[in-house]
Design a protein around this ligand. Structure first.
Ligand SMILES: [Fe+2]
Ligand SMILES: [Fe+2]
Length: 293
């Protein structure tokens, strides 16, 4: 049985992991390249398998307009949808199941825990471990009925010209803002080096989790949460003209975080029973008893 959905409500990815695998293909683990494969083998992602990812980005680039972001900000940043104890939030996130993804031996919580454990193993500050544990909590937006293209995907500034360093830039021609003279110049509605805090990013799980955590975590960690999917900047350096001095300083932390997000997949899952007391203490130290969604 097939259901006819409006195009912008379609979810082409069989699971959110498909998006992350595509990022891995674009930015492979440098250590693994040395070990076994040539860079070209990794970069060869223009295969039919990737059609769903391509379709996902077509929708993302078509519908992420300045007005769309304004509307979603109004809808979700009141955090008046749900409130629950922190631990229940992980169970809630795990309701996102990837039943059609044969590769996905990992649920959402496993990815979070493997990221935070890799950060801890390398001796980084404890707030960064906490960032690892929460960085994808914003994916719960899917559970509120949001389409995939409004939850995941590389993020980018709206309200100014789209960089051709953003993945699949050709799809931006379908975006109404592309032809809007207010938005389609290099600076658009912004001033040179106005600072990213003054820049509206495409809507997704990064901004949502940043807003959720912004009173509890040091600024370095907040940058990691807010810009972890902003590959056009942290990997491609395409938006320096909008960044101020603080942004440049803080992006060193975003750069530090990114490999833990991408390359921490571990064949031996961490022992949650043993780890729980540590995380309980960490969460109690930084976060309130309940989280608002
Ligand atoms: Fe993420
Ligand atoms: Fe992640």
């Amino acid at each position: 049985m097939s259901t006819i959905l409006p195009e912008n409500a379609a979810n082409p990815l069989s699971s959110l992991h498909e998006w992350e695998e595509d990022i891995l293909a674009r930015y492979p683990d440098p250590e693994k390249i040395v070990q076994n494969k040539k860079v070209e083998e990794y970069r060869n992602y223009d295969t039919p398998v990737r059609d769903t990812v391509r379709e996902f980005y077509r929708l993302n680039h078509t519908y992420q307009t300045f007005d769309f972001v304004t509307e979603k900000t109004r809808e979700f940043l009141q955090f008046n949808k749900k409130e629950m104890p922190v631990w229940n939030a992980f169970d809630f996130l795990n309701e996102l199941v990837d039943d059609s993804d044969p590769d996905s031996d990992m649920d959402q919580f496993q990815h979070l825990l493997q990221t935070s454990e890799a950060i801890r193993r390398d001796g980084h500050p404890e707030w960064m471990v906490l960032v690892g544990l929460f960085h994808d909590m914003g994916k719960v937006l899917c559970l509120f009925g949001e389409p995939q293209w409004a939850v995941v995907g590389d993020t980018f500034p709206v309200g100014c010209a789209y960089s051709d360093k953003i993945v699949y830039p050709e799809y931006f021609v379908n975006n109404p803002d592309y032809n809007n003279p207010q938005y389609n110049t290099k600076y658009g509605v912004y001033k040179p080096n106005c600072g990213l805090d003054n820049v509206t990013m495409s809507w997704g799980h990064d901004e949502y989790v940043y807003q959720m955590m912004k009173d509890y975590i040091p600024m370095e960690g907040l940058y990691m949460l807010r810009y972890h999917s902003f590959y056009a900047q942290h990997r491609e350096n395409a938006y320096s003209h909008l960044m101020n001095e603080q942004d440049h300083k803080m992006f060193k932390w975003v750069d530090l975080f990114n490999p833990y997000d991408l390359y921490s997949k571990n064949p031996t899952p961490p022992n949650w029973k043993e780890l729980k007391p540590y995380y309980q203490e960490l969460i109690d130290k930084y976060l309130p008893a309940t989280l608002k969604f």
